[in-house]
Design a protein. Structure first.
Length: 267
């Protein structure tokens, strides 16, 4: 029992063959049972990626919005006895320039409660509007958890995992980025959830030197995880530019993505 998942913001992913190959290779290195890729800008890039032999075991779904920058969700069709994908427009908080969430609910074989994986890309910016939009979007996570717990098939369990580029970058004349991340963790705890510890805190870089902690995995307390590192203990493996140095790091940020991927395994 148990399965793995991954989320990665690939930064306005377009159709450059070498980039498609690099992204595909890194995903396959981790071999997730479920994954979400954020910022798919070009549908041709998606077609090229998902039609490769490496991704034949997967089924796929997209979000669809006015942004033209979407979320691609993939899952191994043989891994689960049942899957349900829904687009969650409430995550746009009534603003057409924001992105909906992509929710994949999966039922593992020989189990009777769904696990719900919500892929998110929240509003970016340090102005008051962007900050307030993020706070409202975070509130939608807590509301979704409460709604899931009430479903008869969930038997009082939400089994909710919300993950992605949550853009905890703070607010001008307000909380700093690190403070916003701390506040998000406190909100999660109040709502019966928690932010998982990562092998590296910083997941975004503009040049391999300036770094920020923007990508997170938030989980309800009824889901347990395997450790990816023992000291200090971390449930989320971070991979990408953070695992490279010098020119290799700079090239990764420039040519593949300024965000690192997050990988975890449910027990």
């Amino acid at each position: 029992m148990g399965f793995s998942f991954m989320v990665w913001n690939v930064e306005r992913f377009n159709y450059l063959p070498q980039r498609v190959r690099a992204v595909g290779q890194l995903i396959k290195r981790h071999d997730p049972d479920v994954f979400g890729i954020l910022e798919f800008l070009a549908k041709d890039a998606a077609r090229k990626l998902v039609r490769s032999d490496d991704f034949q075991p997967y089924d796929f779904a997209f979000t669809d919005s006015n942004q033209g920058i979407e979320i691609l969700v993939g899952w191994k069709r043989s891994k689960f006895s049942q899957t349900l994908y829904t687009q969650r427009r409430e995550l746009q908080v009534g603003n057409v320039r924001l992105r909906p969430g992509g929710l994949i609910s999966v039922l593992e074989k020989n189990t009777d409660v769904f696990t719900n994986l919500l892929f998110l890309h929240t509003d970016s910016g340090t102005d008051a509007e962007a900050y307030n939009n993020r706070q409202t979007m975070f509130g939608k996570i807590w509301s979704m958890k409460r709604a899931l717990e009430k479903l008869p098939e969930q038997k009082g369990q939400a089994r909710l995992i919300a993950m992605g580029d949550l853009n905890t970058m703070g607010k001008k004349n307000g909380p700093t980025g690190p403070k916003e991340a701390v506040e998000l963790g406190a909100q999660a705890i109040k709502n019966g959830m928690r932010i998982l510890q990562k092998t590296h805190d910083n997941t975004w870089s503009s040049d391999g030197k300036k770094m920020s902690n923007l990508d997170h995995v938030i989980v309800s307390d009824d889901v347990s995880f395997n450790l990816q590192a023992d000291s200090p203990p971390a449930q989320v493996l971070v991979d990408g530019w953070v695992n490279r140095t010098g020119e290799a790091r700079t090239n990764f940020v420039k040519n593949i993505s300024d965000h690192c991927l997050l990988f975890a395994e449910i027990k």
